[in-house]
Write a protein that binds this ligand. Structure first.
Ligand SMILES: *Cc1c(COP(=O)(O)O)cnc(C)c1O
Length: 481
């Protein structure tokens, strides 16, 4: 496909607005002006419309196709939430108005959304308080671990280590290291954290244990209560990576089990489209004893019901994000939670788990499933048998693109060889999953009969198979493709 620059014809133009009365450049310092006009494409409005429509047809997303990318919860998010997030009363509010004297009445609505969302997330997770500031899951982790570090400092504890099981999401050890801790890895046994391994690794230097539950194998940890008791016995805190909350909404509250910190990914569970580096939000909930350390500002409700932003928390870890985080994402989560209600949210998880188990059962006689038991919202398969025939997990993933599906997550988690990780989410129908499974079974059987076909897939996509190493090391960026 030609770029818009390649379609440029000198002199062609769309609608020309009237020239402004005074040339704006006259007011600018001369040394800031361009020496020559920028090279812009010269095209008609129709050229632009066709170009953009053509590009959008080449785009891949949940709106166009099935997207079972494990660990990412690529579910369909109702358009209604986008409508709510685009309401004038919110979009035309300047974030500084919250600090403007006499402008309080303009901002009460937005503050109420933040306050109520925090309350709802407390109710959903059983935590004492939330901050909505972190801009992503990993940013939430950093916020949470910084609160843990502040807690230990405040108590005079000298702690240097954070324990992460090998089934944790990769961001967990990265976060602990970024926060200045030594990371202690413990090996899982049969996909579960082993309490004995944990006990051996737990000494007085351990500040926290970080776990992902359900873990990256899509399995629910069996020994949660033991893990909590062992950890607390050493005055270490428990961090719950709640990015997989889509599996446990309405079923289990991490605060009730004794976890001290949790982060959620609003852009996975709560109605913000995920991926492509778009805005996210990773709110962090903490137990009562950690509330003094939460970032500022915090939304506080006065006796008369008015809301204001309070910065007066001397033990706070400070600012983690400009203003109040990604407000639009919070707004969508708020609308989504209210619309689903308690029963709706519970059903979200029930269907997410049901769908994953349905796909797992349909696939189990066609591909190896290393931990083939009841899974949560996702499951992991292994293309080891196909690899012996010369077809790797990557080839299977590429071949799925030819069938119009997004690939599953591949080679993650690291503890499963030739790993393929599937997460259908609750918003997909049985028909869509059946089509995907039928196509996948056909691909798996081709491994025995025509491995070369799979090794060269995809055959029908706008971009074929790249040499990924060369593409990274020796990048060629050009607009004249
Ligand atoms: C997605 C995910 C993260 C990271 O979230 P980002 O918003 O991408 O930073 C952390 N943990 C788990 C379990 C995840 O699935």
């Amino acid at each position: 496909m030609k770029t818009i620059f390649a379609k440029s014809i000198p002199g062609r133009q769309g609608l020309m607005p009237d020239a402004p009365a005074a040339p704006a450049a006259a007011h600018l310092p001369q040394d800031l002006l361009r020496p020559a006009a920028p090279r812009l494409p010269e095209v008609s409005e129709l050229d632009v419309m066709r170009h953009v429509s053509e590009l959008s047809r080449r785009n891949f997303g949940v709106d166009t196709n099935f997207y079972p990318l494990g660990s990412c919860t690529m579910k369909y998010n109702p358009r209604f939430m986008e409508h709510v997030a685009s309401l004038d009363g919110f979009t035309k509010l300047h974030p500084l108005m919250a600090q403007l004297r006499g402008a309080g009445h303009f901002t009460q609505g937005a503050l109420e959304v933040m306050y109520e969302t925090e309350q709802l997330l407390c109710e959903i997770t059983g935590m004492a308080a939330f901050t909505l500031h972190p801009m992503a899951g990993a940013h939430g982790e950093l916020t949470g671990v910084m609160c843990i570090a502040a807690y230990h400092r405040d108590k005079g504890n000298k702690k240097t280590k954070v324990i992460c099981p090998d089934s944790a999401h990769g961001t967990n050890p990265a976060t602990a290291a970024l926060a200045g801790y030594d990371v202690v890895n413990i090996a899982s046994v049969d996909g579960m954290i082993d309490p004995e391994h944990l006990e051996n690794a737990l000494d007085d230097d351990v500040a926290a244990v970080m776990m992902t539950c359900p873990n990256t194998l899509g399995l629910f940890e069996r020994h949660l209560e033991r893990i909590v008791a062992l950890t607390h016995a050493k005055d270490a805190l428990l961090y719950y990576d709640g990015a997989n909350l889509n599996a446990i909404l309405g079923k289990m509250r991490v605060g009730d089990v004794g976890f001290d910190v949790v982060h959620l990914n609003l852009h996975k569970t709560f109605a913000t489209p995920h991926g492509a580096g778009g805005p996210g939000a990773g709110p962090v909930g903490v137990a009562e004893r950690l509330t003094p350390f939460l970032p500022v500002s915090r939304v506080v409700k006065l006796k008369d019901g008015r809301l204001f932003l309070d910065y007066d928390y001397p033990k706070s870890i400070g600012y983690m994000a400009p203003f109040y985080g990604n407000f639009g994402v919070v707004l969508k989560a708020y609308a989504y939670i209210l619309r689903q209600g308690r029963e709706g949210l519970t059903r979200v998880s029930e269907y997410a788990v049901l769908n994953a188990n349905y796909m797992r059962k349909r696939l189990e006689s066609h591909v190896e499933i290393p931990h083939d038991r009841l899974c949560m919202h996702e499951f992991v398969a292994s293309a080891v048998a196909q690899a012996k025939q010369g077809v790797k997990a990557l080839d299977v993933a590429k071949a799925l693109l030819d069938k119009g599906h997004h690939a599953p997550t591949v080679y993650f988690p690291l503890i499963v060889k030739e790993c393929l990780m599937f997460e259908p989410t609750e918003t997909e129908s049985r028909e869509t999953m059946d089509q995907f499974v039928d196509d996948l079974i056909e691909i798996l059987s081709l491994a025995g009969t025509d491995p070369a076909f799979l090794q060269h897939a995809p055959h029908t996509t706008p971009v074929g198979r790249l040499d990924e190493t060369k593409a990274a090391r020796d990048m060629v960026l050009t607009d004249d493709a």
